[in-house]
Design a protein around this ligand. Structure first.
Ligand code: SAH
Length: 346
């Protein structure tokens, strides 16, 4: 039995069973044995590949969007340029590269990263060499100034809980001895009744308290100081059902088989991240990138480098690739109207 498995089993023994959120948190973020502390998860040799690792075009277009939002906001200075869960730092490096065409943006930007893994912090610092990087210990430490935030495949990594609806209320799906599912006692949960009204009995729903707590802080910052947040991930606006999954070397695996060695995620339920106090827009990743001009960008790169960009573009924006599964949510100040990437109006 691995050391992490022993730690998890001991926790279960002490408590009878643990919530799926505790299981996910132990597997992903245990300070010594957690997945993100141990492994280099990204890229062809890792467990999964993310959009910024597929193509520089992703970060470039996101960067142009952020610069555009900053201009619309009246070019505030200083402002916090923030990434949540920056992985290898590729997305932020691409953002900062395109932003060089706007020196005032770079001058006003105070770079802040939220990253729990010491190993990845090191990689990010190296990748962003030459920039002054501040690591946030927690989202509440965001400075009191306008914030321009990006998060790609971050919210899917945050711990979730699962509940099953029955005729009398809800039962939590918990993790029991031997790493197996067990159902908690039936409880009345008015908040879930409201959120999932009209749901058939027997259906599973998911909640992500950590994600909502972060969304609350972001919303307050945007409402108070202005700014924008761009949240990109797989999921639906108001999805239901069991989306908990484990992936190891690009293949789905049993999430209980090798704790700490597989990436554990769940689809993001974007409506739960939209809190009172902001204007929001959501669209599919393919539509977002097409509206921001990925076609023109890929042609320009092709002309400059001679490299064929068709495949990269297809992987990011194609309907059967990331284009439809991944959604892009923008959180903006309340008085805003549709912005670039979300509307077909020029
Ligand atoms: N955005 C990157 C990496 C996505 S993987 C990309 O697109 O390639 C998820 C990232 O979030 C990793 O950097 C991981 O270490 C970080 N992360 C996961 N849970 C976290 C948490 N609770 N707090 C801070 N960072 C977290």
């Amino acid at each position: 039995m691995t050391r992490l498995r022993k730690i998890i089993e001991a926790e279960i023994e002490a408590q009878g069973s643990i919530g799926l959120d505790s299981y996910m948190a132990l597997c992903l973020s245990h300070p010594d044995h957690g997945y993100y502390m141990q492994k280099q998860p990204f890229g062809a040799s890792g467990d999964f590949t993310t959009a910024p690792e597929i193509s520089q075009m992703f970060g470039e277009l996101v960067g142009l969007w952020l610069v555009n939002m900053w201009q619309i906001a009246g070019a505030p200075s200083p402002f916090a340029l923030v990434e949540l869960g920056p992985g290898r730092g590729t997305l932020m490096a691409d953002i900062l590269r395109v932003a060089r065409s706007q020196p005032a943006f770079l001058e006003a930007a105070r770079l802040h990263l939220l990253e729990s893994s010491a190993k990845l912090r090191k990689a990010q610092k190296a990748r962003l060499e030459g920039f002054d990087v501040t690591f946030l210990e927690q989202i509440e430490a965001l400075p009191e100034m306008p914030v321009f935030i990006v998060a790609n495949e971050f919210f899917d990594a945050l711990p979730i809980r699962q509940y099953v609806k029955n005729d009398f209320g809800w039962q939590e799906r918990r993790v029991a001895a031997g790493l197996s599912w067990t159902l908690g006692k039936t409880q009345e949960m008015p908040e879930l009744d409201k959120r999932f009204s009209g749901l058939a009995t027997g259906r599973i729903v998911e909640t992500c308290a950590a994600g909502e707590a972060i969304a609350n802080v972001i919303t307050k910052r945007i409402a108070t100081y202005g700014g924008a947040a761009l949240i990109i991930d797989y999921g639906e606006f108001d999805g239901v059902g069991d989306t908990f999954q484990a992936v190891k070397t690009h293949e789905p695996v049993d999430p209980f088989l090798t704790p700490g060695e597989a990436d554990l995620t769940a689809h993001v339920r974007f409506s739960d991240l939209v809190k009172n106090g902001v204007f929001h827009q959501i669209t599919e990743q393919g539509a977002f990138l097409n509206r921001l001009g990925i076609e023109a960008r890929s042609q320009a790169l092709e002309a400059a480098s001679g490299k064929c960009m068709k495949l990269e573009k297809e992987r990011l924006a194609g309907d059967s690739e990331m284009g439809k599964l991944f959604k892009v949510l923008a959180l903006l100040p309340e008085n805003y109207s549709p912005v670039a990437g979300f509307s077909d109006e020029p």
